[in-house]
Ligand binder design. Sequence first.
Ligand code: NAD
Length: 410
Amino acid sequence: MEGFLESVRYYVTRAVEQLDLGDRMEHELLTPRREIRFECTLPLDNGERATYVGYRTQHDDARGPMKGGIRFNPAVNPDEVGALASLMTWKTAVADLPYGGAKGGIDCDPRNLSAQELQRLTRIWTDQLHDVIGPNRDIPAPDLGTNAQTMAWVVDQYAKYHGWSPAVTTGKPLEIGGSPGRDAATGRGIVEVMRLALADRQQDMAGTGVVVQGFGNVGSWTARLAAIAGAKVVAVSDITGAIRDPDGLDIPHVFEHVRATGSLGGYPNGESFAGSEITAEPCDILVPAAIEGVLTSANAADVQAAVVIEGANGPTTPEADEILRERGITVVPDIFANGGGVTVSYFEWVQNVQRYSWTEDRVNRELQERMTAGYHRLTSEAKAAGSSDLRAAAFRLAVGRVAAATRLRS
Ligand code: NAD
């Protein structure tokens, strides 16, 4: 199977068949509601201009307003945005949040743009889309290459057209309606899944060997919280390369290095090695938390972990998924495993809509409750089908819920 979009469509189609929903429903669930593609011409600081392409795909809103990140990355393209938008529909449904799915982005490299240029570009993106996003329509959030500051610019630009509506995005800075705990939420959810998957194997976090690919929002929080919970984080990587220490890396120190220098490159303690080799590192749990398509038929046989928890969206191709399952490796799929972020985004939106704020303790507690209940629902769905395939179980749960809402509304 070639592309990312094709892989997502394959999982949806398989669930439709397993649930016997029929061709008509399959067509409806696979077809995005709206796909928007537009020119973003940016005046650069040096007086020149650069032209990028902006995107928003709104995949499905049968269960509520659409929800999904904004990605600033040179690889952003219509297929990737379409696949990620569709995954968001299934992710919000698995987590049983009252949302549909969307995704957007710009095909720029944010590392080559100044803060002023990024601000102008974000405002251009918002100008193009302000009429079709909104607290009850489509609610963006940060993703690869974007962060809380990006969301603040979206809120400000949207307010120029529609008045003050912080619920138009989630993942905002605390000062303008962000939620305590949102920044860490995806990593916190992943570490919760780690704990639950280990408990199923009569193991606990103490001394468990963890490898994390990607050291941005998701990867760095996963590594930090896993280390705090007693795991031994033996290797981490980012776009500049990987570092390992079989006795466990000093993750707070690694984090400080990345904060100070912008990347893992040049980290003094630990052995550096090629980032492309990180998925083959010896460990109990592997968390791909960077980009899609990193576990393929070419390297799935080399994975040494007993459990793969997908922090990134779409890190495993269907062929690799099959190989991992045949080898008895448990894969906790992205649409469930990295749902902590969208779950706390939902809490943020609820707080904005109610003009009320929760404590961080409450956010973390409710997140833990939802991840735990979700995990048990997922594993019992797989067990009832007599299978260990958690991805198939997650897609069945999600597709069944979206199909039910679609039928009721039509
Ligand atoms: P980020 O931009 O904060 O971090 C990305 C990290 O991946 C960086 O360390 C970067 O150096 C690294 N990276 C990029 N390309 C790489 C490559 N080719 N090889 C190795 N490392 C590479 O992004 P993020 O928000 O942490 O998102 C990471 C993944 O998690 C994405 O797939 C995203 O869609 C997904 N995700 C994010 C959230 C969230 O709340 N931020 C929620 C759910 C899923």
